[in-house]
Each structure stands twice: as C-alpha cells, then as structure tokens.
Design a protein around this ligand. Structure first.
Ligand code: BYC
Length: 334
C-alpha cells in the first residue's frame, strides 16, 4: 500500500537515521510548525528521531494487537451459534488480520522491517493490547469483544486518524470503516443475548463482569502516569489523552449497556452532571502492568500460537523469497 521506502535492518542505523541523531533545532522547529498547521508528515519527510521511534513503537503494537486480537474470536468460528454468526465472525477475523497488514505496512515506512517487528512480538520485547490476554470462555465473551472492545478501539482510532503521520492516519481511516461493521455485528449479538432467555442474559452479564476491568485498562494508564502521552499529543500522534478517550467511551456506551437492563461491576460508576465527566473506581493498575509485562492469564498461550504459525509458515515464506523456486504458469493463448 505504501511501498517500503525506508526498510533498514535493525543491526545498523541507516544514513538518514545517522543524520538525524543530532536533531537540528531549525528543522525541528519547521517540523513542529507543519504539525501545528495540521499538515501530514510523509515517510520521506524530515522527522525527529524520537517521533520516528515513538511512531514505530505505537503502530507496531497496534499491528500486533490486531493479529493477536484475532485469536480469542478465531477459536469461536466453529462454535458460533448458527450459519450467519459464523459467516460474520469469519469475515471479522479476516478483517482483523488485514488491519494487521495495513499497520505493519505503515510501520515499515518508518524503517523497521516486518521480520524485526514479528521477532520482537515473539520474543516479548514488543507489547500488544492488554485485552487479548484474557480467555473467551463463552459465546457471550465473543459478543462483548465484538461490541465493546471494537467500540473502544473505534474511539481511539477515529481520533488518531486525524493525527500527523500520513500512512498511519490513512490506515486508521480504512480500519475504522471496517470496524464500524464489526461494531454493528457485535451490538446485534449483544442485544440478542441481552433480550434473550434468562440463561443468555446471565451468560452475558457474567462476561461483562469479567471484561469490564480489562476494557477500562484498554485506554492505557491514567494521564498522570502515562509516560508517552505528552510528547505524542504535542506531535499529534495521539489526538486525545488516555483519560479523555476512556471518558468518551463511557459517555457513548455505558447508557447503551444500562438501557438493556445489564449492570457494570463498579458501584462508583456515574456521570458527574456538573463536570460532564464520568467517575469510576480506579481499575487495578498493578494488574494491568503485570498483564502487559507478559503475566496475564493467556499471554503465553497467545504467543505460543503465533510461534507455531511462524514456524509452520516458514517454508512458504522461504519459497516466496527464492526466485528460482517461484512457479510461473503461462496463461493460455486465447
Ligand atoms: N495494552 O504512556 P502510555 C482491536 C503501555 S486492536 C498494552 O499511556 P501510549 C481489535 C504502553 O505501550 C486495537 N500496553 O502509552 C483487534 C507503554 O509501554 P511502553 C488496539 C499498553 O502509547 C482484534 C505504557 O503502557 N488499539 O481493536 O502513549 C479483535 C505506558 O502507557 C496499553 C491500539 O493498539 C494497553 N492497553 O498510549 C478485536 C491503539 N496501554 O511501550 C479488536 C494504538 C498502554 O513504554 N495504541 N500500554 O513499554 C495507542 O493508541 C496507545 O499506544 C495507547 C497507550 C492509548 C494504547
């Protein structure tokens, strides 16, 4: 989609990166003025080393989240209730992998190769979203993922699609179109369970209770401890702070959950009518940091599946890379 104009090996710095090691203050001022004017930064443009580094980190984590995020739902394709739900889930899982591709392409334009990104995912060096380290125990879990996790992702992506780095913004725009269909299918399945039999509603309530805290974590730590927000917001990579995005999500979705007669496992959750902000119990942030460090309930399982896929797919990657082994079949002459 974007071409790989800036693919360098991890082992050595490119000439361009060397040149940028000492960020030139004049260039930095011009760069920041462009961002302030709302211009997009494109791969060939001058950018500070730190802007490049932060974007690689964030886009790469986002790409990993898409491909790891396909796993909890993927295991439900064969068990989804009925043909239509199966079809929708197959399409959704396929879309998530496609989003991963778009995002890896966008990160590659900044100079990190796809192989290096995958290696960092598999070695645990690079993170992915906390929410995908929890099990999808029942069909209601898949429903909560499809409705609320996709909703949370859309809040984040719609905002950041208006950011400063062209390839990331264009990828996010396309992802948001597809995610809005995911959200509709998730919402439809959610309503079906919420308005179904007592057993269906109880199953949904149970899933909601288990997923609520990870969803609150999804937007990242509170602003006062978020290490990257200040710089990323200054450079318009993040277009709203973690707390603001969490608040936007609560504003849009809590009423929808409550109007279906469901509850949320937080007795302090309410909208403060004076400030217009939502108030809630602080989720367990120690748990969050443990999960993103690799110690959540499913971290090992998720990475093992990816390692298996990497190992078992290596033959086809090798075959595609070796010119002499590419098979060419001439088209029949009409
Ligand atoms: N999970 O300074 P902070 C999807 C880390 S997939 C894990 O606030 P930042 C879907 C953070 O990396 C869509 N780690 O960070 C797919 C940092 O650690 P490092 C997923 C997290 O970057 C399939 C540290 O905590 N969306 O929708 O300014 C099926 C300090 O945090 C998380 C994205 O990936 C987390 N939740 O802001 C269904 C969006 N939060 O790197 C659905 C792209 C924080 O210093 N990412 N950390 O070691 C972002 O927008 C930002 O990275 C975040 C965090 C808002 C998440």
């Amino acid at each position: 989609m974007y071409g790989g104009g800036y693919i360098y090996e991890d082992s050595g710095r490119s000439r361009q990166q060397e040149e940028q090691l000492q960020d030139d203050p004049v260039k930095l001022a011009a760069f920041e003025a462009r961002i302030a004017r709302g211009e997009k930064i494109e791969p060939g443009d001058w950018m500070p080393v730190e802007y490049r580094r932060q974007l690689i980190r964030l886009i790469e984590q986002h790409a990993h989240s898409e491909i790891i995020g396909a796993l909890p739902e993927g295991t439900w394709i064969t068990r989804a209730p009925g043909f239509k739900r199966k079809l929708a889930l197959i399409a959704k899982v396929q879309d998530e992998i496609g989003h991963g591709q778009l995002l890896y392409n966008a990160a590659e334009t900044l100079g990190k190769s796809r192989e290096a990104m995958i290696n960092d995912l598999l070695s645990g060096k690079s993170k992915y979203s906390n929410v995908f380290n929890y099990p999808a125990e029942t069909w209601a879990d898949v429903t909560v993922i499809g409705f609320l996790i996709d909703a949370a992702a859309i809040v984040n992506q719609v905002a950041n699609a208006k950011g400063s780095y062209g390839p990331y913004c264009r990828a996010l725009e396309r992802i948001c179109y597809e995610e809005s269909f995911h959200l509709k299918q998730g919402h439809d399945a959610f309503i079906e369970l919420a308005t179904g039999t007592a057993a269906q509603k109880a199953m949904l309530q149970d899933a909601l209770n288990r997923w609520w805290q990870p969803i609150m974590h999804f937007f990242g730590p509170p602003d006062k401890v978020s290490s990257h927000s200040e710089k990323l917001m200054q450079w318009k990579v993040k277009m709203a702070s973690n707390d603001d995005m969490r608040n936007q999500f609560l504003e849009a979705y809590v009423p929808k959950i409550w109007e279906l007669g469901l509850t949320l496992p937080d007795t302090l959750l309410k909208k403060n009518q004076e400030t217009g902000k939502w108030e809630y119990s602080d989720p367990d942030w120690d748990l969050f940091f443990e999960v993103i460090k690799g110690n959540g309930p499913c971290n090992k399982e998720r990475l093992n599946v990816r390692k298996w896929a990497e190992e078992h797919g290596s033959w086809i990657r090798k075959a595609l890379m070796r010119e002499e082994e590419r098979e060419r079949t001439a088209l029949p002459v009409a």
